[in-house]
Write a protein that binds this ligand. Structure first.
Ligand SMILES: *Cc1c(COP(=O)(O)O)cnc(C)c1O
Length: 378
């Protein structure tokens, strides 16, 4: 089956007892045992819940992995993945990654003894140079956030094979509709389900998909032992949101392409970062590993002094932190999503005080362009 069919049919046919087309919300903490030593397959909802299980099977199928796991947030999902490592282990990550992932590594895992280097993973030489004897994994976002740098996942997998490293990919920006990292060699895929998968800015959630059973078992042990699971209602919201992922992304990408071309011509705009533009570096590699440019655009203004004006004038587009929903959102990365990254690294990655990030939604393109026109007018 093609991915748009898999998406639309998510959960259908799974509640065989009732035939419910929309898989029900099993809002229960615990399950009655039929007899001593017997179980319905569910005992307690931290260890397993039917609604969460349908979601977990669905994301595993969409990403082409063996085991899916749902967590209370994207960062809870990343925490579970990082729990595979021990004090003394070393990781390599892309440098302009989600600020919360940087904070988690630097302020939670580093004090515990896991070290990390942040390098430009679009440059394979930098990645090779960062490998140490104690390196255990490479964690990539491609495209990166917010400057849309592209990393060649198959080339990174070859480096991983030389040194026996795990390849972990945060696929939040693309979603499995556009990019399936496990097919390109990733051992683990992570998502903030809060973004495109949920798609409606109404749920915070995280997902992990393991390519093989062994990793899946280790992560499932951690999920139950540490307990940051996704609840039944939030699992259902995510399942429902994912049904329309393809349609939403098709429309959002179309809008984003039109907005990126428009921004490129605007006199107040210095630079536009959008993978769909002909001059985008890494574009060729991206389109070998993904089916579309996505719907995220970053752009810098010539004058940092205009940022407050733009943020206060936008009306339809909301000034808010997040991305991937049906509603368009404008973010100021250096002060919001990437505020915890040191200024030196931010500057090196182009996350300046002139950079804005636009998550393009599914509104009518004329209304979006009208809002940007009045917000950017001098
Ligand atoms: C939002 C985001 C996260 C964190 O997810 P939460 O659901 O907010 O915890 C991780 N990675 C990326 C790329 C994100 O955009």
């Amino acid at each position: 089956m093609r991915i748009d069919t898999l998406l639309a049919q998510g959960g259908n046919g799974k509640d065989t007892g009732t035939g419910a087309v929309s898989f029900p919300i099993y809002q229960t903490a615990t399950f009655q045992h039929p007899a001593l030593g017997e179980s319905t397959g569910f005992d307690y909802s931290r260890s397993g819940n039917p609604t969460r299980q349908v979601l977990e099977e669905q994301i595993a199928r969409l990403e082409g992995g063996r085991r899916g796991l749902a967590f209370a947030s994207g960062l809870a999902a990343l925490t579970a993945v990082l729990s595979l490592f021990r004090p003394g282990d070393h990781l390599i990550l892309c440098e302009d990654l989600y600020g919360g992932t940087y904070r988690l590594l630097e302020q939670v895992f580093r004090p515990w003894g896991v070290e990390a280097d942040f390098v430009d993973t679009s440059d394979l030489e930098q990645v090779n140079a960062a490998v140490r004897d104690c390196t255990k994994a490479i964690l990539i976002e491609t495209p990166t956030n917010p400057t849309m740098k592209i990393t060649d996942l198959q080339a990174i997998r070859r480096i991983c094979d030389c040194h026996d490293l795990l390849l972990i990919v945060d696929n939040t920006f693309m979603s499995p509709y556009l990019q399936r990292p496990i097919e390109l060699g990733a051992h683990i895929v992570v998502h903030s389900g809060t973004k495109y998968l949920g798609g409606h800015n109404d749920v915070v959630a995280g997902l992990v998909v393991a390519a093989d059973e062994d990793l899946g078992e280790r992560l499932a042990f951690y999920q139950n032992a540490a307990g940051a699971i996704l609840g039944p209602f939030d699992s259902w919201l995510l399942l429902r949101g994912m049904k329309t992922l393809g349609l939403r992304l098709d429309r959002a990408q179309e809008n984003a392409s039109a907005i990126a071309c428009w921004l490129e011509q605007h006199p107040a705009v210095e630079q536009v970062y959008f993978i769909g533009l002909d001059n985008h570096p890494g574009r060729d590699i991206h389109f070998q590993q993904a089916a579309g440019p996505g719907a995220m655009i970053s752009f810098s203004l010539h004058d940092a002094g205009n940022i407050p004006q733009v943020l206060s004038r936008i009306r339809l587009i909301a000034f808010a932190e997040s991305l991937g929903g049906v509603e368009s959102l404008l973010t100021f990365p250096s002060r919001q999503t990437h505020g915890d990254i040191p200024e030196e690294i931010r500057r090196r990655c182009g996350v300046t005080d002139r950079l804005l990030r636009l998550s393009v939604g599914i509104e009518n393109i004329s209304d979006l362009l009208n809002d940007l026109t009045q917000a950017l007018a001098s």
